[in-house]
Design a protein around this ligand. Sequence first.
Ligand code: FAD
Length: 326
Amino acid sequence: MKARHASSEVLVIGAGPAGLYAAFYAGLRGLSVRLIDAQPEPGGQLSALYPDKVVYDVPGLPATRAAEIVDALVRQLAPFRPDYRLGEVARDLRRTPDGWTVGTDQAEYPAGAVIVAAGLGALLPREVRLPGLHPDVRTALPDPAAFSGRRVLVVGGVPQATRAALTLAGTGAAVTLTHRRALFRGSPEQLEQVQTLRNSGALQVHAPAELDRLDERGAWLKLGGDRQHVPADTVLVFNGFLPDLGPLQGWPLNWQGEYLPADEQQMTALPGVFVAGDVSLSGGDFKLISVGLALAALAANAAAHFVRPELKIRPGHSSDRRLPPH
Ligand SMILES: Cc1cc2nc3c(=O)[nH]c(=O)nc-3n(C[C@H](O)[C@H](O)[C@H](O)COP(=O)(O)OP(=O)(O)OC[C@H]3O[C@@H](n4cnc5c(N)ncnc54)[C@H](O)[C@@H]3O)c2cc1C
């Protein structure tokens, strides 16, 4: 039986930049807001695909790492106490007398209005196929503290692998980090920390190394011409993420390929269902953060008026308001 949660006035599907900013504007207009995302953390493509890269074209943020842009968006939204539902995939949409209900595998989320900010689709872990068998292979790190004192082999060169290795080493796990290439991705600070821990012996690093085979007790790595056994209680594999629009494409929203058409207020073919960000046809091929944020402002303000018709669509100037401190 799925849990049925209390209704929010606005439900945002996707906690990428467009979804976070739509949620911010809904909060600014005084509405309760909930966000659903398949990812375990907010940020969409910025967190999943390129947290370590420097972005140059977000207004007012010269040369800022993607992870820091996400951090700023999350902090800007925080005063409005959004209800994040992370690690859940929105799969169905049902009309109700009070609006809409969105279903995930875990729960039902009723809302007055829905904003689809799904980007390229639900960012889901790429399939991992490793030779051999090990009793504890994972593709995400739910609770680092649970690994204290355990031997963990972290496999992968993506930023999530670097971050997991550092987090686990910091919580007392015996960590080995390995990748088939010599380079790991991460912020300069993270990469420096890897080097420091490696030099001190607090982190074992094998790269480039090929994971040859798992066994009951760990994994065999191919290092140049040698084979080396790394004992591990847990093998944590990070293989990046792939977007999947499939869960939403059955919704009757007049999909045009990977895009959703909308009116000038970003409302789709369904009343009370709005769209913002990369998935919006209004932005066309301009898959940019700045364009997604603008569409999010339009969608959220139109959603505010839809849910509470006494609110004007145009929000007025935030500089005329007194907001909670951040
Ligand atoms: C490598 C790279 C570099 C880039 N560099 C720049 C740059 O320099 N400047 C720039 O402006 N743009 C850049 N972009 C593009 C930018 O990242 C996107 O335009 C932006 O992320 C779009 O934001 P969004 O919120 O619309 O979608 P996304 O960031 O894709 O977020 C959508 C979120 O919705 C979630 N989601 C989708 N469907 C579901 C579902 N059914 N259930 C639950 N969750 C769901 C996804 O998991 C995802 O987290 C870059 C993109 C990439 C890949």
